[in-house]
Design a protein around this ligand. Structure first.
Ligand SMILES: N[C@@H]1[C@@H](O)[C@H](O)[C@@H](COP(=O)(O)O)O[C@@H]1O
Length: 264
C-alpha cells in the first residue's frame, strides 16, 4: 500500500487527477473504475477542467462504476447513474455507450450482477479503480462482513451507511436499503487502485484500513493485499495513523528514486 499524504483536499484531488491523466496519456482506451460520493467530486472537476483546456480526452476510454442503489432508475436524481451524468459524463467526451453503472432498475438484479462482471472482463479488466471509503470502512457498498473475495452482487446497506447518505435525499423521500456493488474481489482485480479520503470523519476508517488487521470487519483493509494500491489522504484523514512520519519518509524516498530514474 502506498500512502500519500497531501496538505489538503484540493491537493488530494489534484494528485488523483494526475493519475488519470498519466494513464490516459499512455493508454487512451483505458478502462476506468469510477466512484460516487462527495469525495471524488473535486477530482472530477479537475478532470473536466483538463478536458475543457484540451489536455485530456476520454473519447476512447471505457468506464465502470462501483455501485448503484437497487430500486432507483437511471433517471432518478439520487441514482448514481444520474450523479455520474451530472458530475462527469455529461461534461467530458466519453462515449455514453462505454460508460457502465450497475442497473438499479434491473428486473433480475442477480443476473445483472453476473452480466456486469462479464462486461468488465470483456472490456479487458479495469486499469485504474477509484475508491472512496465509508466511515465504517466500506468500499463501494461492500459493508463490514463482506467476503474478501466477493464479486458483484446485491448488498444490504448498514444503518450507518443509510444515515451517512441520508443527506443526499430530501425528507420523506424513498431511500433504498439495497444496492448492487462490485465485490471486494472485483475491486482487487483492478490493475491499480486509487483510494481518496479527506476529512477527520474518515480518520478512524483510514487507520483501520492501513494499520488494522486484514479483516472483513473493515472491507477497505483488503487493499493491503493489492500490489498497486495508492491511498491518498489529506492531513485530517491521516491524523490517526500511528506511523505517519514513516509513511511521509517512504514517500520522500519514493520520489527521490523516481527522480533519479527520470520517471517523475
Ligand atoms: N457507495 C458510496 C461509496 O463508494 C463512497 O466511498 C462512500 C463515501 O462517500 P463520501 O465520499 O461522500 O464520504 O459513500 C457511498 O456509500
Amino acid at each position: 500500500m502506498q500512502i500519500v499524504i497531501q496538505p489538503n483536499a484540493d491537493a488530494v484531488a489534484e494528485y488523483g487527477a494526475e493519475q488519470f491523466q498519466r494513464l490516459l496519456s499512455k493508454k487512451a482506451d483505458a478502462v476506468l473504475g469510477l466512484a460516487t460520493g462527495s469525495t471524488p467530486v473535486a477530482l472530477y472537476q479537475k478532470l473536466i477542467a483538463r478536458h475543457q483546456a484540451g489536455e485530456l480526452s476520454f473519447a476512447r476510454a471505457t468506464s465502470f462504476n462501483l455501485d448503484e442503489y437497487l430500486g432507483l432508475s437511471p433517471e432518478h436524481p439520487q441514482s448514481y447513474r444520474y450523479f455520474m451524468q451530472q458530475q462527469l459524463f455529461g461534461l467530458i467526451d466519453i462515449a455514453p455507450e462505454r460508460t457502465h453503472v450497475p442497473p438499479g432498475d434491473a428486473a433480475d438484479p442477480i443476473a445483472a450482477c453476473h452480466d456486469y462482471e462479464a462486461a468488465i472482463e470483456a472490456a479487458g479488466g479495469i486499469d485504474l479503480q477509484l475508491l472512496g471509503i465509508g466511515r465504517n470502512g466500506h468500499i463501494g457498498f461492500n459493508e463490514p462482513s463482506s467476503g474478501l473475495r466477493s464479486r458483484t452482487r446485491v448488498k444490504t446497506l448498514t444503518q450507518a451507511t443509510i444515515d451517512d447518505n441520508a443527506r443526499f435525499f430530501s425528507e420523506g423521500e424513498y431511500q433504498p436499503h439495497l444496492s448492487i456493488t462490485m465485490g471486494i474481489g472485483t475491486i482487487l482485480d483492478a490493475r491499480k487502485v486509487l483510494l481518496l479520503a479527506t476529512g477527520a470523519a474518515k480518520a478512524d476508517a483510514v487507520k483501520a484500513m492501513v494499520e488494522g488487521p486484514l479483516s472483513a470487519a473493515c472491507p477497505a483493509s483488503a487493499l493491503q493485499l493489492h500490489q498497486h494500491a495508492v491511498v491518498v489522504l489529506d492531513e485530517a484523514a491521516a491524523s490517526k495513523l500511528a506511523d505517519l512520519e514513516f509513511y511521509r519518509h517512504i514517500e520522500r524516498e519514493n520520489q527521490l528514486l523516481l527522480q533519479r530514474l527520470g520517471k517523475l
